[in-house]
Write a protein of this length. Structure first.
Length: 77
């Protein structure tokens, strides 16, 4: 495959270690204790595939940038 295909797996809070919020309060004589739980688990999958000849694209890009910089240094328009 010549390193053209890329598969990316991402995730956060897989073990649910940062999602509880404990609180207590007194609102007009009413005592409140509670726990808020948030669902922070996120998982994702993405795949990319590079098409075309990567060597030709890189050569064109570097050659064009080099010529552009030389033209700027020489005061050309």
């Amino acid at each position: 495959m010549d390193k053209r295909q890329q598969l990316l797996l991402t995730g956060s809070d897989a073990f649910r270690n940062t999602s509880d919020y404990f609180y207590n309060g007194n609102y007009g004589g009413i005592e409140i204790d509670g726990v808020r739980s948030f669902d922070n688990k996120q998982f994702g999958v993405s795949a990319t595939w590079k098409l075309g000849n990567q060597k030709v694209k890189a050569a064109k890009r570097s050659k064009g940038a080099m010529e552009e910089e030389l033209r700027r240094l020489n005061g050309g328009d």
